[in-house]
Design a protein around this ligand. Structure first.
Ligand SMILES: Cc1cc2nc3c(=O)[nH]c(=O)nc-3n(C[C@H](O)[C@H](O)[C@H](O)COP(=O)(O)O)c2cc1C
Length: 290
């Protein structure tokens, strides 16, 4: 089947499956593997210390795959024009990168610069309010991460399901579902609820190409998403402040370490089996109008 969504059309990838950012590691191998398998790999810029290291990573990915990939710029606070990311953005343009993702607060000018360079600008948020702001700033799409997700948590996060029920109505650009998604059923459900792609971090952390240490990968296999301690850790109901968690409720379906390509193939296979069981006969499954 050919998969068509507003995000696959925008990004030029085969499947609506995006790699979530994770700071602290060089994720260039994983980015290349995901794009090569038909998903959309996203390099996390904040790992790279200096322009040369960043440019080398982009060139390495381009040697590993001819398919498109994006760059995540995670910015803690405000980004001023002297921030090194402005130079990284220029390098990305020179290297032919067509899509950037911002995860930050005040990124109006940075996003506008990406638009001037002819790039797609996706803004990544944890609460709907910031998603609406991202649309008003001029972003082309919004990644909205639900309570189930990992990384830096916002105490006001809502669940992925509730986000999806409301996102289409409240966000006037395509939205990408994020938070606890790890399989083909989750992907298909998100698309049916109006998302135009899914964004996975934890599930891709547990792949062969992922750069995290093996004992962390083992934790992803061992963690039980029904364990009250795990639920509390990820949902952090009692915290009033943003807090970082090393994985998400996606851990429930991670039973072994696969290659990123195998994971994508498995997800797409599961979703296609469901569609065929429902009697969908078309060669192209088109979610652009949903
Ligand atoms: C270990 C870890 C580190 C993360 N670091 C970042 C980051 O640097 N920038 C960012 O935008 N998101 C970061 N995230 C959030 C993920 O990209 C993603 O939005 C979130 O984990 C939801 O996806 P998941 O449930 O598939 O993990 C991180 C998540 C994890 C688990």
């Amino acid at each position: 089947m050919k998969w068509k969504t507003r995000i696959t059309e925008m990004l030029g990838c085969d499947y609506p499956i995006l790699l979530g950012a994770f700071a602290g590691y060089d994720d260039s191998d994983l980015t290349a593997a995901i794009s090569e398998a038909g998903g959309f790999g996203i390099l996390t810029a904040s790992y790279f210390q200096g322009e040369d290291a960043f440019q080398n990573a982009l060139r390495k990915i381009k040697n590993m795959t001819k398919k498109p990939f994006g760059i995540n710029f995670s910015i803690d606070k405000e980004i001023t024009p002297d921030h090194p990311f402005y130079r990284y953005l220029e390098i990305a343009k020179e290297e032919g990168v067509k899509t950037i993702i911002t995860a930050a607060y005040k990124v109006d000018q940075f996003g506008k610069k990406a638009k001037e360079y002819g790039m797609n600008w996706i803004h990544k948020v944890t609460v709907m309010k910031h998603g609406i702001k991202g649309v008003n700033m001029g972003a082309d799409a919004i990644i909205l991460t639900g309570l189930e997700g990992g990384g830096l948590k916002n105490p006001n996060q809502n669940t992925l399901f509730i986000n999806m029920v409301h996102a289409k109505r409240l966000l006037k650009v395509p939205f990408i579902a994020s938070g606890g998604i790890s399989d083909g059923k989750g992907m298909l459900a998100a698309l049916v609820l109006g998302a135009q792609a899914v964004h996975l971090c934890t599930a891709f952390l547990a792949t062969k190409e992922s750069p995290i240490p093996d004992d962390w990968k083992q934790q992803l296999i061992d963690a039980d998403c029904f364990d009250p301690k795990v639920i509390k850790k990820i949902c952090h109901f009692e915290s009033e402040r943003p807090k970082y968690v090393p994985y998400s409720l996606a851990v429930g379906t991670i039973e072994k370490i696969r290659s990123a390509g195998e994971l994508i193939k498995k997800m797409v296979g599961e979703a296609e089996t469901i569609l065929k069981t429902m009697g969908v006969q078309q060669d192209i499954v088109d979610f652009t109008q949903i």
